[in-house]
Design a protein around this ligand. Structure first.
Ligand code: FE2
Length: 311
């Protein structure tokens, strides 16, 4: 495995099981070390532990011991199925659909700080989870186009998404507005949107077009590192289904369009920075959602990768 190295930290960090193959116990014993490594590297791949199924994965996440970020409470636009209160299928989108790099739920005002992934079944072909250091991406963008980075910093970004009235598992962002907002009625949906600062327009077919409030496109972490913390690449390249058109999903925070020229460097540089997690069954990965973007490569055959989010 050819690891990357950024600011003298391997990316990702690898933890290979030694004598102890119980990942739940290992994480409980080594939490401080794990958090230090995660802060430096942004991602850790745990390999060789005994984590065959979603129950073992749930136990491992509980061994780590941080507070759960439940899918039901999130504004994620992906269709997911909970297997335990903490563990869900990563995305029900079809195999040929690429999910481009993003910080989890950065298109909403509510996001998790960390993500766990577990591979139950590795795809026959493809299906890697690409990850990308967002601080390094922003350093490279700023070196090339400082004015553009300053513009993103100043203006922020707004996201527009059309949510169906019922879940559409054929789409990477097919979660219904009822599920997304945790409501049953139009009135309750509007109350929730207003509370979150969204603007919205109901469509003739019962779907809901919602535009987020201004959200930061660049975030400064407590240690001073700046990251390209948003969903711009995923929205720009990938929010495509019968309701959504890529390129129409994002604007700057003042409502002006984000054009090809505004996205070219982010797309090109992030592609070059990708590390593809080469899944083997039983692998677990821990990703710092503030420092590292992730996505999903298209695949062939059966693939089962589960996820669990930390508040
Ligand atoms: Fe994601």
């Amino acid at each position: 495995m050819q690891l990357q190295n950024h600011h003298e930290a391997p990316f990702p960090a690898i933890v290979a099981a030694g004598g102890q193959t119980d990942l739940a116990a290992w994480l409980a014993d080594n939490r401080v070390q794990v958090d230090e490594t995660l802060a430096r590297s942004g991602a850790i791949l745990f390999r060789g532990f005994d984590v065959p199924d979603h129950d073992a994965f749930d136990a491992a996440v509980q061994g780590y011991g941080a507070e759960n970020f439940p899918y039901a409470e999130s504004l994620s636009n992906a269709v997911r199925i909970n297997l335990t209160p903490r563990v869900f299928t990563a995305n029900e989108a079809p195999p040929e659909t690429a999910i481009f790099l993003h910080h989890e739920m950065a298109q909403t005002p509510i996001y998790p700080s960390k993500l766990f992934f577990q591979c139950v079944i590795a795809a026959e072909e493809g299906g890697a989870t690409p990850i990308c250091r967002s601080d390094i991406l922003l350093e490279q963008m700023a070196a090339e186009q400082p004015e553009l980075v300053a513009k993103y910093q100043q203006l922020g970004v707004r996201y527009t998404n059309v949510m169906p009235s019922e879940n559409d598992a054929g789409s990477g962002q097919g979660r219904s507005w009822k599920s997304t907002l945790g409501v049953e009625t139009v009135e309750a949906a509007e109350a929730r949107l207003a509370e979150l600062g969204y603007e919205w327009v109901w469509q003739d077919d019962g779907s809901l077009r919602a535009t987020s409030p201004r959200l930061d496109a660049i975030r400064t972490l407590p240690d001073g590192r700046r990251v390209f913390f948003n969903q711009l690449i995923a929205a720009w390249r990938g929010w495509k289904d019968k309701r959504n058109t890529p390129g129409k999903s994002v604007t700057f925070g003042d409502g002006t369009p984000i054009g090809e020229a505004d996205m070219e460097a982010a797309v090109r540089l992030s592609d070059a920075l990708i590390f593809d997690i080469p899944w083997q069954a039983g692998d677990v990965a821990l990703v710092d959602n503030f420092l590292v973007m992730h996505g999903r490569r298209p695949f062939k055959g059966k693939r089962r990768v589960l996820a669990s989010l930390i508040k």
